[in-house]
Design a protein around this ligand. Structure first.
Ligand SMILES: C[S@@+](CC[C@H](N)C(=O)[O-])C[C@H]1O[C@@H](n2cnc3c(N)ncnc32)[C@H](O)[C@@H]1O
Length: 277
């Protein structure tokens, strides 16, 4: 997949389908991959998830827990890129409290609808439709940018990095959990199901770090990595996105399994330079 509108369309369709799948349905050929497995595997503790709407937990498609590992404080403004069904919005809202604000941006109408339902009783959360490459957010307006397993899906990552730098306030910080890869075979790069499953569109960790620096961000670093085993990668494809039989138990799942050690989740941190003087 190389064409930008086509990638967005395919990705949006895949996530519309994923969020519409019944909670109880593993959806795949062999072995259960019930919804909700992804949240726990991504590193959310029972304490994080307690008291949150079941639907937000069941429809988490992240690869980390960026809010838990941030120093978000009461009264701050947090922006979540690709906010999905809203789990990280809810966790961030707990941290910023009633005097803070949390904004989620996502392009998929079905995800937006689900997130709005899941955050309905939280006055400090707002969900906006938009692309992460053209954020519907004012310059220098947020204290934190967070994101969970989304930037790998963007066909124009340098533009996303520039958008992060644009919307952060001077001194504002970024915590992003995302998939990075090394040495992906060409057939994996070309597989649309593996693109939508957050693997084929992912870039190398060094390229990610350079992209953030090139956008003008500082203190760019990787705080943590979780390297996936072949079985975890297969489960990831199955539980994240049973787009169709091909991705679920066909060649795409087999390809995913063969990528052991070449795909990992990294937690990135960066900061915008503080105002001079
Ligand atoms: C893997 S899911 C992650 C959702 C959420 N962050 C989570 O942890 O559950 C990717 C989400 O990003 C959204 N997305 C992907 N590419 C996007 C883009 N270019 N602009 C806006 N949203 C995008 C999808 O609609 C989907 O909701």
């Amino acid at each position: 997949m190389t064409n930008q509108p086509d990638i967005r369309l395919q990705v949006s369709k895949a996530y519309a389908e994923a969020v519409s799948r019944p909670v109880s349905n593993g959806g795949c050929c062999s072995g259960p991959s019930p919804k909700g497995v992804a949240a726990r595997a991504a590193g959310y503790g029972e304490q994080d998830l307690a008291g949150l709407p079941e639907d937000a937990v069941a429809n988490a498609f992240g690869c980390g827990n960026p809010v838990a590992f941030s120093e978000v404080e009461e009264g701050e403004v947090v922006l979540d890129l690709g906010s999905g069904a809203g789990l990280d919005l809810l966790l961030a809202a707990r941290k910023v409290g009633p005097t803070g604000r949390v904004i989620g941006v996502d392009m998929t109408p079905e995800m937006l609808e689900r997130a709005r339902r899941n955050v309905a009783d939280q006055a400090n959360i707002e969900v906006r439709q938009g692309f992460i490459e053209e954020l519907p957010v004012e310059d220098c307006s947020v204290d934190w940018v967070i994101s969970n397993c989304v930037i790998n899906l963007s066909p124009d990552k340098p533009r996303v990095f520039r958008e992060i730098a644009r919307v952060l306030k001077p001194g504002g910080r970024m915590r992003v959990s995302d998939i990075v890869v090394q040495d992906l075979p060409e057939e994996v790069r070309r597989d649309p199901a593996l693109y939508c499953s957050c693997i084929s569109g992912a870039i190398r960790e060094e390229e990610y770090l350079q992209g953030l620096r090139a956008a003008g961000l500082q203190e760019v670093q990787v705080l943590e990595r979780a390297v996936y085993s072949g079985t975890t990668l297969e489960d990831f494809v199955k539980s994240e996105l049973p787009v169709n039989q091909r991705s679920c138990c066909g060649p795409s799942a087999d390809m995913a399994r063969s990528l052991e050690g070449r795909v990992w989740s990294a937690r990135f941190a960066a900061r915008k330079a503080p105002a001079a003087g």
